[in-house]
Design a protein around this ligand. Structure first.
Ligand SMILES: [Zn+2]
Length: 147
């Protein structure tokens, strides 16, 4: 195991059942390691704001894996700057609300389908964008704020 910060390992960022199944090499390239390290540092602040562990369900995605899971090509996951996660703190909406209330910095925070939370960071400028992903007519739409 490669430890990034006190509570997060590199393996938590790269593991993917889809990558395993399709034999996709989802290791983080050297040029993106600084981003993953930054994300781990930011996630420590998320964990602190929640007072509970967080479980990363999807972290870094190489372009091949990202395409397989239906991510947009420009996804922050492909840069090592975003994770999807859950926490025993509460529902995705409760988690998002707590992070906003606690003043945690992020570029983008998305309450995804009442199932998980997406959080993305920027190395330079965090925009504090809050969205809710929901299905409308079979298509995913992104609504402003927490719904
Ligand atoms: Zn995501």
């Amino acid at each position: 195991m490669t430890k990034l910060t006190e509570h997060f390992t590199l393996e938590e960022f790269t593991r993917s059942t889809t990558a395993d199944r399709l034999k996709i090499d989802n290791r983080v390239p050297d040029n993106l390691m600084a981003n993953v390290q930054l994300t781990a540092i930011k996630l420590e602040l998320v964990r602190k704001a929640l007072g509970k562990p967080i479980i990363i369900t999807s972290g870094y995605r190489c372009p091949a894996l990202n395409a397989k899971v239906g991510g947009v090509a420009t996804s922050a996951h492909t840069k090592g700057l975003a994770v999807d996660f859950k926490s025993s703190f509460g529902t995705p909406k409760e988690i998002c609300q707590q992070l906003v209330d606690a003043g945690v910095q992020f570029d983008k925070l998305i309450q995804e389908h009442n199932q998980w939370v997406h959080i993305g960071f920027s190395p330079t400028h965090n925009r504090q964008i809050v969205l809710t992903a929901a299905k409308q007519g079979g298509k995913t739409v992104y609504l402003s704020g927490l719904k």
